[in-house]
Design a protein around this ligand. Structure first.
Ligand SMILES: Cc1cc2nc3c(=O)[nH]c(=O)nc-3n(C[C@H](O)[C@H](O)[C@H](O)COP(=O)(O)OP(=O)(O)OC[C@H]3O[C@@H](n4cnc5c(N)ncnc54)[C@H](O)[C@@H]3O)c2cc1C
Length: 490
């Protein structure tokens, strides 16, 4: 008889796991607290405007290929490679800097950095060798114990050791002279929800994956197309979705685990896989002391998002599809944003314009603009009554920098503060990417994908192994699948 798998949460981690199990004949149910699937990879429709709520590009897309290939399903998604990868706007500098993968074109953008292609090739070679030496033994491995993890780490060539003791900023500072080049290359730390002054140099491997190995990709139709296609496939395979259902408690029925939703319904299953934030679920639903609020507060969490969804009349020609707007005090800003309860007057932010490449995302002669500003999480700033003031400040800054009056042309405006991000998707204190990737929070030191107490309870997603971001949660689904198969549970 086929085994019943129940997945709690329909983020990309949950959906990918469902696909792997459904493809080997398991009966799969997905319980989701919201009325739509996708988690952070979601969609917001306001009037005639359609926004991707969170992710706006994907890297390491071969992980998505692996998911479809290993489940014998033709990949229905059409991906669009980005070149330039993105555009960076520095303060008090009207020139937008386009960040090309083509290093000769990149040199033209930054003439002040002499021999940029040569220096960058060397920098990327080193980052690439670290990536390939750790991808299989560390990123793509399940660890049964700390000892097992240390053994695997010992296999990583010793020449990479200095990477562990340096920050990302120190690494770029050593290799480049132009301040702008250093800033651009260290921006990837923000993609990890941290800053280059805290992120270890090992994450230069992201420079390698973005600039050399795989690049950045958009999805034809918008990022939410990934979810639409996966749900379609899963439903055709008989996977059942139970929306508007939140798991709030559990019961230990003589050693048998049973979950209880907000309406008091009880859920039994051969195997449960939790796609909700692994550490918070353990604390809030499983009542584990090790994951109490006091203990969770001590972890290093990634920055919280403050997101604005703007539908505007007219075309904003000076915006590209991915844009970064930076201020003038990079280090000072980065040091403060984590822990300050006040949003700086001159915030740094990211802007994505879906209507630049998805035709019907906005009505004709309109644009839909997504603004993401990293802000402190709810531990440091719990009151967001100043949300409109913060949004107005960002919109005014952006208007001035792109020469387009966004305020007077706004047709639609929605704001998610860290409170909405926390409440919609159960993200701890509104932290957008979940647990950060410090050396002490990766590998066997990250909350495990196997429960400490129940033998049929597992975890998948951004805050378990290997880490956060779309490709990482697809890898996470492979790790939990491999573990369950290896344990002979299916
Ligand atoms: C603003 C923003 C921008 C981002 N941009 C990018 C990007 O450009 N590229 C990229 O690669 N990554 C990006 N990320 C990161 C990426 O979105 C996440 O790493 C990834 O989507 C996490 O997927 P997941 O499956 O782990 O979890 P989630 O997407 O959080 O899914 C978990 C699901 O579980 C549900 N759930 C939670 N608790 C319960 C419960 N008790 N009962 C029932 N259901 C429950 C939630 O509602 C949710 O649907 C971004 C994140 C944010 C917030």
């Amino acid at each position: 008889m086929s085994k019943k798998i129940t997945i709690i949460g329909s983020g990309l981690g949950g959906l990918s796991t469902a696909l792997r199990f459904a493809s080997i004949g398991c009966k799969v149910d997905i319980i989701e607290k919201n009325s739509t699937a996708g988690g952070r990879l979601n969609q917001l429709k306001v009037d005639d405007f359609t926004f991707d709520t969170g992710p706006s590009f994907m890297s390491m897309t071969y992980e998505l290929d692996e998911l479809f290939k290993s489940t014998n399903i033709t990949n229905p998604l059409k991906l669009i490679e980005l070149e330039p990868l993105y555009t960076v706007f520095f303060e008090n500098n009207s020139k937008p800097y386009r960040i090309f993968k083509n290093l000769f074109k990149l040199q033209e953008e930054f003439p002040e950095e002499k021999d940029l292609p040569k220096k960058l090739e060397r920098f990327l070679l080193r980052a690439g060798s670290f990536f390939h030496d750790t991808e299989q033994p560390v990123i793509k491995s399940n660890f049964d114990s700390l000892f097992n993890y240390i053994l695997q780490m010992a296999k990583v060539p010793k020449r990479h050791l200095p990477y562990l003791f340096k920050t990302m900023w120190q690494e770029v500072d050593k290799n480049f002279t132009d301040e702008k080049v250093k800033i651009v290359l260290s921006l990837v730390a923000f993609f990890l929800g941290s800053t280059p002054f805290q992120t270890p140099a090992i994450y230069s491997l992201l420079n390698y994956t973005e600039m050399k190995y795989n690049g950045y990709w958009a999805v034809e139709g918008g990022m939410y197309q990934v979810v639409i296609e996966l749900v379609k496939i899963l439903e055709s395979m008989g996977v059942k979705f139970h929306y508007n259902t939140e798991i709030v408690e559990y019961e230990n029925n003589g050693g048998n685990l049973r979950f209880i939703d907000q309406n008091g319904n009880k859920w039994d299953s051969d195997i449960f896989i939790v796609n909700s934030e692994a550490p918070w679920f353990r604390g809030k639903v499983m009542n584990r002391g090790k994951y109490s609020e006091r203990k969770l507060d001590k972890y290093h969490w990634t920055l919280a998002p403050f997101t604005i969804y703007l539908g505007v009349k007219g075309k904003v020609d000076n915006l590209d599809y991915h844009n970064y707007f930076l201020g003038s005090n990079f280090k000072g800003y980065a040091d403060k944003i984590f822990t300050s309860s006040i949003i700086p007057q001159k915030p740094y932010y990211y802007v994505n314009v879906l209507s630049k490449y998805v035709k019907n995302a906005a009505p004709d002669n309109h644009e839909n603009i997504f603004i993401l500003c990293p802000v402190p999480d709810l531990r440091y700033k719990s009151n967001w009554n100043d949300r409109d003031e913060i949004a107005n400040n960002i919109i005014e800054d952006l208007s001035g920098r792109v020469g387009f009056n966004l305020k007077s042309n706004t047709v639609v405006r929605e704001i998610f503060t860290p409170i909405e991000w926390q409440d919609k998707f159960n993200l701890y204190k509104g932290s957008g990417l979940g647990l950060a990737h410090d050396i002490m929070q990766v590998g066997a030191l990250r909350p495990k994908n196997k429960d400490e107490e129940f033998d049929n309870l597992y975890y998948v997603g951004a805050s378990t192994t290997p880490g956060t971001g779309l490709p990482m949660v697809v890898i996470s689904s492979k790790l939990v699948f491999d573990r369950i198969i290896k344990e002979g549970k299916i």
